[in-house]
Design a protein around this ligand. Structure first.
Ligand code: F6R
Length: 240
């Protein structure tokens, strides 16, 4: 794993944007894996500014998101679909965007369909990841098999608490989600993991110093041959 140390969230976002834009310039029809949450919003804002100022085009790009809540309408402001449209898609010229469908009548079938869709497109070239305080990637909570394909998860209470900031109350946070599995994520040709803030310092430390274990899902990334971590000073504050 290559680590790029940056000062703060802003620097992390612009460095990540630089890497992503270079990919898009090198391969017009690149397949991007995208994440939601607080971590990539600065990256997306930087992509929007670059699109407006420099005209970087996403017309031939295809994106696949990591996860989606089960039971929320696409128009629900808390759905990841809404987040992606609002934070990125509606501001750039991207035409081919995919997220798991959390309202599919047959969720098991939807998980299989999503993995097949990614495979049919030739796989993900660059996957953007954030990390949960408990080491989750996507919604793969501790204990998830490293061999899991896209699947349904029951969200941990701590994950629901962490995400409750976007909802009116904790009761409104869905209990289940569809997530790309670790196996799906590991098939990506290249992975860019973004880590910012003091809250992530313990996870950062565990990732660098700990063993590879299903109890800490992100630890599997050590086995991938092309992972870049962009981490800021606060995230690295616990690392000696
Ligand atoms: C989001 C996702 C999650 C987040 C993680 C960190 O699509 O898959 O794994 O990356 O929960 O969330 P933030 O960035 O809000 O700290």
């Amino acid at each position: 794993m290559k680590i790029i140390q940056v000062k703060n969230y802003e620097e992390m976002s612009s460095k990540a944007a630089e890497i992503l834009i270079k990919k898009v310039q090198e391969k017009k029809n690149v397949n991007l894996g995208l994440a939601t949450g607080g971590t990539p919003t600065g990256l997306y804002q930087t992509l929007i500014e670059d699109h407006q100022e420099n005209g970087t085009s996403y017309k031939d790009v295809t994106s696949f998101n990591l996860d989606e809540y089960i039971g929320l309408e696409k128009e629900d402001p808390n759905s990841y679909h809404y987040y992606m449209v609002d934070s990125l898609f509606k501001h750039i010229d991207i035409e081919h965007t995919y997220l798991p469908n959390g309202l599919a009548p047959n969720i098991e079938k939807e998980c299989k369909r999503y993995d097949q869709l990614i495979a049919d497109h030739g796989g993900i070239d660059l996957q953007i990841l954030g990390i949960g305080e408990n080491g989750h990637i996507g919604f793969n909570e501790p204990g998830t098999s490293f061999n899991a394909p896209t699947h349904v998860v029951t969200l941990e209470e701590s994950t629901r608490q962490a995400n409750a900031r976007y909802f009116d109350s904790i009761e409104d946070v869905p209990t289940h989600a569809i997530t790309m599995g670790i196996e799906t994520i590991m098939k990506s040709k290249e992975i860019l993991l973004l880590i910012s803030g003091e809250k992530k310092a313990e996870a950062m430390n565990k990732l660098l110093q700990g063993d590879i274990t299903e109890d800490f899902p992100a630890s599997i990334l050590k086995k991938h041959n092309c992972v870049t971590i962009i981490a800021d000073q606060q995230a690295l504050s616990g690392v000696l």
